[in-house]
Design a protein around this ligand. Structure first.
Ligand code: NAD
Ligand code: TYD
Length: 352
């Protein structure tokens, strides 16, 4: 079996769902269930003996050590993190606690467990750390996309905390030999994403008749990858990645935020036209920019294509339609996650 951390969050839940659909290997899922974690996302597997859910903190070394000793997984896939840049600007504490200290405790629990494993399980063990392209900082318009060798230049408390965790993971390989793998992925979108991030936020606000807040001039560029493609890349890295190596994962799909939001509006105009016949683009509103806002993220995902034969299969046009369709069909999920805490966040961040 494998142990997943943060498997009730956006990418972790998609990973667990896809993993259980693809084979019979069980998953132990350790998640603290912060505001971003939602057990409802795993509803199809609530009675599935292959899915063992434990509510717990990755910083609880005793809990994680006990789980490792009792279940004896062959790999750890580490998603658990605080993941929202805007929240990291308002309050970085949890980012330092979970992303840096939590990863440290998890690494130590994993190292001690791995050290005691007999052969050949010892050599086959993997610690896959799921990270972000944001560790490379902001690219200029004409810069080539970031390769794995690019310099780390994180600019936000979130990306700095992820960069620190990447360094710890790398050091645990270099110093102790722990067979780690690191992936640095671009912006994901798809089902089960908490509606504080750009794409689900705009879908929700559009349907609620609220404004679609675009920071600054909306010309910031991100590379967008459908979450199911990210999950298939992670399965491939786990299967064939070389211990100690880092792999960039991206969609080869750079877009300006304004274009992303306009595309969402076009899809909604088609699937759920406004009663007044106007386009949802009428709801776009330019708001104050994010402090320290990175202008462009661009990822060179050639290494994973060359060495592991992985490429995304989805196009943005197709997958954004699926994503909008998913949010239209899953209003209950959205209502459950947009609790009082969510409303407080919207008030604090947007004043509405
Ligand atoms: P998310 O915020 O949706 O989910 C994070 C999950 O981690 C939640 O279920 C939360 O309850 C859990 N968690 C938080 N603190 C914890 C702790 N101390 N112990 C145990 N569980 C804890 O995040 P996501 O978007 O699914 O991102 C998952 C990972 O992928 C993160 O490490 C993130 O940095 C990375 N990543 C995300 C993106 C993206 O676009 N979302 C892109 C690249 C990399
Ligand atoms: P986000 O989804 O928060 O991801 P990240 O900051 O990790 O890239 O934001 C994606 C882009 O959208 C980013 O450039 C910030 C911008 N954005 C807005 O313009 N308005 C918003 O309300 C949000 C949440 C993000």
């Amino acid at each position: 079996m494998i142990l997943v951390t943060g498997g009730a969050g956006f990418i972790g839940a998609n990973f667990v769902l896809d993993w259980l659909a693809a084979g019979d290997e069980p998953v132990i899922n350790v998640d603290k269930l912060t505001y971003a974690g939602n057990i409802d996302s795993l509803h199809p597997h609530r009675y599935d003996l292959r899915h063992i859910f434990i509510q717990g903190d990755i910083g609880d070394r005793k809990l994680v050590s006990d789980l490792l000793q009792n279940y004896r997984p062959r790999a750890i896939v580490h998603f658990a993190a605080e993941s929202h840049v805007d929240r990291s600007i308002h309050g970085p504490d949890d980012f330092i606690r979970t992303n840096i200290l939590g990863t440290f405790h998890l690494l130590e629990a994993a190292r001690i467990y791995w050290s005691g494993l007999p052969q050949p399980t010892h050599d086959g063990f993997r610690f896959l750390h799921v990270s972000t392209d944001e560790v490379f900082g902001s690219a200029a318009e004409t810069d080539p996309p970031f390769a794995e060798s690019a310099r780390y230049q994180p600019n936000s408390p979130y990306s700095a905390s992820k960069a620190a965790s990447d360094h710890l993971v790398r050091a645990w390989h270099h110093t102790y030999g722990l067979p780690i793998l690191i992936t640095n992925c671009s912006n994901n979108y798809g089902p089960y994403q908490f509606p504080e991030k750009l794409i689900p936020l705009c879908i929700q606000n559009a349907l609620a008749g609220k404004s679609l807040p675009i920071y600054g001039d909306g010309m910031q560029i991100r590379d967008w990858l459908y979450v199911k493609d990210h999950c298939s890349a992670l399965r491939r890295v786990l299967q064939a990645g070389q211990p100690g190596e880092t792999y960039n994962v991206g969609g080869w799909n750079e877009m300006a935020n304004l274009d992303v939001v306009s595309t969402i509006c076009q899809v909604l105009d088609e699937l759920r036209p406004r009663p007044d016949g106007k386009s949802y683009t009428a709801q776009i509103s330019f708001v104050k920019d994010r402090p320290g806002h990175d202008r462009r993220y661009a990822i060179d995902a050639d290494k994973i294509r060359r060495e592991l034969d992985w490429e995304p299969v989805e196009t943005f046009d197709n997958a954004i339609r699926k994503t909008v369709g998913w949010y239209l069909d899953n209003k209950d999920w959205v209502e459950n996650v947009t609790s009082g805490g969510y409303r407080n966040w919207m008030q604090q961040q947007y004043g509405t």
